[in-house]
Write a protein that binds this ligand. Sequence first.
Ligand code: SAM
Length: 220
Amino acid sequence: MKREIIQTLDGSTTIHLGEWDECYHSKHGAIQEAQHVFIKNGLSLFENKHISILEIGFGTGLNAFITFLEAKKLNQTIDYVGVEAYPISADEVLSMNYVEELNAITESSIFKTMHESNWEEKSNLSTDFSLTKRKQFFEAIDDIEKFDLIYFDAFGYRVQPELWSTEIFDSMYKALKPNSVLVTYAARGVVKRSMIEVGFTVEKLAGPPGKREMFRARKK
Ligand SMILES: C[S@@+](CC[C@H](N)C(=O)[O-])C[C@H]1O[C@@H](n2cnc3c(N)ncnc32)[C@H](O)[C@@H]1O
């Protein structure tokens, strides 16, 4: 599939898939979307805590990198697991402008290490943040009560409806510990119904710039 790097409206880059006309992030602003959906409505609920995060779709590493930066401000220690079946290329990594756009030049080596670290191995990026990248299909996830927070960032229902099914959300529910949270940029009724069917309580929240709504799901 043809892939091109494009700039989103907040100046940050993303990857656009030609055949699907689908992007890795919101065209309205990749960084703004990540900050709103995953940090403000997810990570920030766990201030001053040690938590494990599962990311569905490691992709460009933007969510992982922002989480690394924000976790310091929120006084958190993080075990981060990013699942991804189709890693981006080294050239694509170099084309992403997140370090500059996030004013994180002093942490640029962290973004690089995130991409260069070995798959299936836990890498301690600092004393407060470990990253484990798992090269795996989402359909094969079978963790049990391991995570406090899931960033559900698959491509949209329009192009991959099978990833928004009750089967997938059931595996997400099982992967979460009690008193945990899943956040996603999506806000379709069919997605909400699948989440509720497997046991989640679902809240509709205001979306990031350019999107009216998003979901946050809780496991009691
Ligand atoms: C919306 S993008 C993720 C963006 C990412 N969170 C970021 O910050 O750049 C969705 C990701 O899911 C991956 N993917 C698509 N289908 C998959 C599958 N069945 N199993 C695992 N990964 C898949 C894609 O390669 C892509 O990286």
